[in-house]
Design a protein around this ligand. Structure first.
Ligand code: PLP
Length: 384
């Protein structure tokens, strides 16, 4: 048996300050959480609009359960596809301006499904080096040839695209990079895809609901609309619930229904979640005031943290990472904040590149200006 080897690996991780542990929340998601009996002001969730515990969504979920029960009971292609799923797909497609949309249980599964369904061993996938882990795993699963380009480096991507011949080409990118907060150069990516006849898969996990007109996401933010773009949006972050969708041309969606294993061979998510998500979509559409408040918080945080020994990474989004570098120093800083009643997660390799450990500060429309002020003051106190 290899228990000793497993323990050895864990001990090694611990020695490098890389052991991961979970903390159990004793309250709903919000800026004010209780962990191990202690209250914290939290800057770590992806609940960017504060919808995860919104009374209207709670009510919608309760009503959804009363009407549709709890479990879907089957995969979508068997008899687990319900009216709320159908309505949600139609609403999502219309909202992001695509002909069709398809629901997945999670963003991770959506990425696995899209890449596996659209490319195979004779094809090539081009990926930004800082893409989300699910896109990297998706490439492996697809068995396509993998070409990774330096973060945001369009000339590197172009040189890779120019080299390859034959087969399908798929460029995959985070729209907002999950650990950096910067936005991919989507217009340049699309132009390269047009030039080299490639598809562009845009993972908008952190843009959907937050960026663009009425929160329509990163494509709206960049003013882009092309049949070549396949959009993946997640529904467990700004949308406050759970799940994901892929929006694209009808023929692409039809292909996914037939070929995406993570769609075909899994139980449909509960229809009551789709009921809650329809309500969430309405709140997102009407959420300009929430998004304006979030932008003010981002500006306040950036102004307040400009003079620290650690550098705030360049980002205009709700993800505001404070670069520390060393793994243990990042942990110490995170623990220092915790001792002051503030919760910010330290992010370490392999989630981020070596020597770029950071505090991933995320802001939410549910934060107040004085919440942000408290974080600014605590970080200054820790810098002395
Ligand atoms: C969170 C995330 C995912 C996965 O979405 P889930 O719904 O949480 O599985 C995919 N891509 C990116 C960029 C993410 O940040």
């Amino acid at each position: 048996m290899t228990f000793a080897a497993l323990q050895g690996d864990l001990d090694e991780r611990a020695a490098e300050g890389l052991l991961r542990q979970r903390r159990t929340l004793q309250t709903p998601q919000s800026p004010h959480i209780i962990v191990d009996g202690k209250p914290y002001l939290a800057f770590s969730s992806n609940d960017y609009l504060g919808l995860a515990n919104h009374p209207q969504l709670i009510q919608a979920l309760q009503q959804g359960a009363a009407t549709w029960g709890v479990g879907a009971g089957a995969a979508h292609l068997v008899n687990g596809h319900f009216t709320p799923h159908h309505e949600l797909e139609q609403s999502l497609a219309a909202f992001v301006g695509k002909p069709a949309a398809l629901l997945f249980s999670t963003g991770f599964m959506a990425n696995l499904g899209v890449v596996q369904a659209l490319v195979g061993k004779d094809d090539t996938v081009y990926a930004d080096k800082l893409n989300h882990a699910s896109l990297n795993d998706a490439m492996l699963l697809s068995r396509a040839s993998m070409q990774r380009y330096r973060h945001g480096d369009m000339s590197h991507l172009e040189s890779l695209l120019a080299k390859q011949h034959g087969g399908r080409k798929l460029v995959v990118t985070d729209a907002v990079f999950s650990m950096d907060g910067d936005i991919a150069p989507l217009p340049e990516l699309l132009a390269l895809c047009e030039k080299h006849d490639a598809w562009l898969l845009v993972d908008d996990a952190h843009g959907f609901g937050v960026l663009g007109q009425q929160g329509r996401g990163s494509l709206s933010h960049s003013g882009l609309d092309s049949p070549r773009i396949i959009l993946m949006g997640t529904l467990g972050k700004a949308a406050g619930v759970s799940g994901a969708f892929v929006a694209a041309e009808q023929v692409v969606v039809d292909s996914l229904v037939n070929n995406a294993h993570s769609y075909v061979y899994t139980t449909a998510s509960p229809p009551a979640l789709a009921v809650a998500l329809l309500e969430s979509l309405t709140l997102i559409e009407q959420g300009d005031a929430m998004r304006a408040h979030l932008q003010r918080l981002i500006a306040k945080l950036r102004a307040g943290l400009s003079d620290l020994p650690w550098q705030l990474m360049p980002s205009d989004t709700a993800i505001q990472p404070l670069l520390v570098g060393d793994n243990k120093q990042a942990l110490t800083l995170s623990e220092g904040l915790r001792a002051r009643g503030i919760w910010v997660a330290a992010i370490r390799p392999p989630t981020v590149p070596q020597r770029t450990a950071r505090l991933r500060i995320t802001l939410s429309a549910a934060h107040t200006e004085s919440d942000v002020q408290r974080l600014i003051e605590a970080l200054h106190a820790l810098a002395c």
